[in-house]
Design a protein around this ligand. Structure first.
Ligand code: KIV
Length: 275
C-alpha cells in the first residue's frame, strides 16, 4: 500500500512504528521498497557514502535531483523523502521554496527534509503552504558539523535539552509532518516523542521514538570509514562483496570465467566466410 504523510499521522495515532531507510539509486531503492519500509530517504549522506566526501556540505541540488529521480523510478509504496542540501534553504525563504519545488518536480520527491529547528520555521511554513510536505531534522544536524565542532550527541545540558524540546514544538507548529531526532539521549527523545503530535523518527535516539531511520550502507556493513554507536549491522554485505570481487578476479585470471554457457554462438557457415 502506498505510504503518504497520512500514513505517518495514522501510525502516530495508533502507536505503530514507522521504518525508514536511505537509498541513492534505482536498484537498491527497488529492493528496499519491496521490503515494506514506510519511507525511503534520499539523504544528503550520499555525500559520505556515495561521493566519498568527509561531510555533507559539498552536496548540491543537482546531486539530490539526480539521485532523487533515480530512486523514484524504483519506489512504488514507500514515501520518498529527499534532503534539501546545505545552503539550498538557509539563505532565504524564497530559495527554500524554489529548491523544495525543484526536488518535487525534478527529483520526484513526495516530501522534502531540512535540518534545523526554530531558525528554519519560516522556511517550513512557506514550503508546506505550497503543498510540499516537510520532514524536519533536529539534534545532530550534520550540515552544522562545523558549528558543533564534530559529531557529538546533542541535548545533554539543561539548556540544550530545553532548546531541542522547543525546536521540536516549533517545527510541529510550522507544519512539519515528522521530525528526525539524530544523536540525542534516549530519555530526551522519549520526552519529545510524548510532547509532539507528529511522529519522531530516531537515529541514535533510542527505541521510544515513533520510528527509526538508518543509512543502508551502515546497516549492511558497506561503509566502514566510521560506524556510529547507534548502528546495528543487519548483514555483512561488504564482506560478501569483497569475497565475490576477489573470486571474480581469480576466475578471470585462471580462465575459469566465462564458461561455455556464457557465450553467444555464430554459425560455422558465416565463420568460414571470414577466413
Ligand atoms: O542524510 C541522511 O541520511 C540523513 C539521515 C541520517 C537521517 O539525514
Amino acid at each position: 500500500m502506498k505510504n503518504t504523510v497520512a500514513t505517518f499521522k495514522e501510525a502516530k495515532q495508533k502507536g505503530e512504528k514507522l521504518s525508514m531507510l536511505t537509498a541513492y539509486d534505482y536498484s537498491t531503492a527497488k529492493l528496499i521498497d519491496e521490503s515494506g519500509v514506510n519511507a525511503i530517504l534520499v539523504g544528503d549522506s550520499l555525500g559520505n557514502v556515495i561521493l566519498g566526501y568527509e561531510d555533507t556540505l559539498s552536496v548540491t541540488m543537482e546531486d539530490m535531483i539526480h539521485h532523487g529521480a533515480a530512486v523514484s523510478r524504483g519506489v512504488k509504496n514507500a514515501l520518498l523523502i529527499v534532503d534539501m542540501p546545505f545552503m539550498s534553504y538557509q539563505v532565504s525563504v524564497q530559495d527554500a521554496l524554489v529548491n523544495a519545488g525543484r526536488l518535487m518536480k525534478e527529483g520526484r520527491a513526495g516530501a522534502v527534509k531540512l535540518e534545523g529547528g526554530q531558525e528554519v520555521c519560516p522556511q517550513i511554513r512557506a514550503i508546506t503552504a505550497a503543498g510540499i510536505p516537510v520532514c524536519a531534522h533536529i539534534g545532530l544536524t550534520p550540515q552544522s558539523i562545523n558549528a558543533f565542532g564534530g559529531f557529538k550527541v546533542q541535548g545533554k545540558t539543561e539548556s540544550a535539552a530545553k532548546k531541542l524540546l522547543e525546536d521540536a514544538r516549533a517545527v510541529e507548529a510550522a507544519g512539519a509532518f515528522a521530525v528526525v531526532l539524530e544523536c540525542v539521549p534516549a530519555k530526551l527523545a522519549e520526552l519529545v516523542t510524548k510532547e509532539v503530535s507528529i511522529p519522531t523518527i530516531g537515529i541514535g535516539a533510542g527505541n521510544v521514538c515513533d520510528g527509526q531511520v538508518l543509512v543502508y550502507q551502515d546497516m549492511l556493513g558497506l561503509f566502514s570509514d566510521f560506524t556510529p554507536k547507534f548502528v546495528r549491522r543487519f548483514a555483512e554485505v561488504g564482506q560478501t562483496m569483497r569475497e565475490a570481487f576477489a573470486a571474480y578476479d581469480r576466475a578471470v585470471k585462471d580462465g575459469s570465467f566465462p564458461e561455455k554457457k556464457h557465450e553467444y554462438t555464430i554459425s560455422d557457415d558465416v565463420l568460414e566466410k571470414l577466413y
